[in-house]
Write a protein that binds this ligand. Structure first.
Ligand code: 13P
Ligand code: SF4
Length: 369
């Protein structure tokens, strides 16, 4: 797997059994104690999709953009146990000083979407694209990608994007080149390009495994090349869910994340990043009804925190993001107790030669956000 190529992994990466014997209360008390002991030397960022048991200890909660920005603003933090997934911890490592240590409490917290674009596939696909389109393409990658992909994009003059700035970044990209390669999420790429007025007929899909385009039009018309990747969580919302809800509860508002498919986003009332979803719900009128198409931990939290509104998942049989859920109380405590003992486990270290170019791609985004 791609991520393993570029990581330095400590020898002990699995949770010792004793953590399975501790009660929730014991674990919470210990985490509080260690946090108090380290003070500002310890900084815990938490993504909105994290479980409640973990997010309660986050020093800041955020979407991918906010978490990337905040890590650059914590010079006093020696240790950053990242409650999120692997690509977020890599980003934090690249945006912080070399002596600041970023830790992923459970190394199994990857992202299936990020794994859908591997660097060898990207380099060989790029060669084909250069033959077909010449030097007319700028690559953009969703931050939900490995550091190697960010490095590739940075080397070729491109930038990263998040779901909250994708539109702005795509607009910028078109001032640089005639065409865009958008990695690795075809849905965010398609939804954003369509929002900018690019018709579906001008979007080709690149299938990396088959190494071919899925496109039936004239290649001269192509404006956007969409990498054929997706989020396995957000693909579980479909138009049928929306149609059913509209029949059962016509006054229900449908609010989805742009990692959902084009058809779902078109059929919804609103779409946007996790921060947009939270802001929309928080500013909604009491008594309003919302069906939300995003990860379950966030939907459940919004329902608890907004009892004056009716909030349900767009898909009633939805599962949480399994990799986000890998970070739990016991793994968080384990990584913190190790720090207390003077040991760093599960440190995320992006090699310098990858980080050098990846940081260019990240900074091109951060400078415009
Ligand atoms: P945002 O927090 O940027 O909306 O991203 C959602 C996501 O899928 C993170 O993995
Ligand atoms: Fe990756 Fe989707 Fe999980 Fe986000 S929700 S971490 S994109 S698999």
């Amino acid at each position: 797997m791609e991520v393993l190529d570029i990581l330095e992994i400590d020898s002990e990466v699995t949770l010792p059994d004793r953590y399975n014997q501790l009660s929730t209360q014991e674990m919470e008390d210990r985490i509080r104690e260690i946090k108090a002991k380290f003070g500002e030397r310890l900084f815990i960022p938490g993504h909105h999709y994290q479980k409640d048991e973990v997010i309660q200890f986050a020093d800041v909660r955020g979407d991918s953009l906010k978490l990337a920005q905040i890590c650059t603003a914590k010079p006093e933090a020696d240790f950053i146990p990242f409650c999120g997934v692997h690509f977020m911890a890599e980003t934090a490592d690249m945006l912080t000083r070399p002596d600041q240590k970023v830790i992923l409490p459970d190394m199994r917290a990857g992202c299936s979407m990020a794994d859908m674009a591997d660097i060898d596939q990207t380099e060989s696909g790029w060669e084909v694209m250069q033959e077909v389109f010449g030097d007319t393409i700028l690559p953009l990658t969703y931050v939900n990608s490995t550091a190697s992909i960010k490095g590739f994009v940075g080397k070729h003059g491109g930038a990263t994007v998040t779901s909250s700035n994708a539109k702005k970044m795509l607009e910028w990209a078109f001032t640089q080149k005639e065409r865009i390669l958008f990695l690795p999420d075809q849905h965010l790429g398609r939804n954003t390009a369509y929002d900018l007025g690019i018709p579906l007929e001008q979007m080709a899909v690149w299938a990396p495994i088959e190494e071919e385009f899925e496109y039936e039009g004239d290649f001269d018309d192509v404006k956007v090349i969409l990498w054929k990747g997706h989020c396995s969580v957000h693909e579980k919302f479909n138009v049928k869910h929306i149609e059913n809800l509209r029949k059962q509860e016509p006054d229900m508002n449908i609010l989805v994340h742009p990692e959902c498919t084009f058809d779902v986003v078109q059929a919804s009332d609103y779409d946007g990043s996790t921060s947009f979803i939270i802001n929309t719900i928080e500013s909604a009128d009491p008594g309003t009804k919302w069906a939300i198409g995003t990860e379950m931990n966030l939907v459940n939290r919004l329902a608890q925190e907004n009892p004056d509104k009716k909030i349900v998942s767009l898909n009633p049989f939805m599962c949480p993001c399994l990799t986000m859920n890998r970070i739990d109380l016991s793994h968080l405590l384990w990584s913190l107790e190790k720090l207390e003992q003077g040991e760093v486990v599960n440190q995320i270290t992006v090699p310098e030669e990858v980080a050098e170019h990846a940081v260019l791609a990240l900074n091109r985004m951060l400078d415009r956000s």
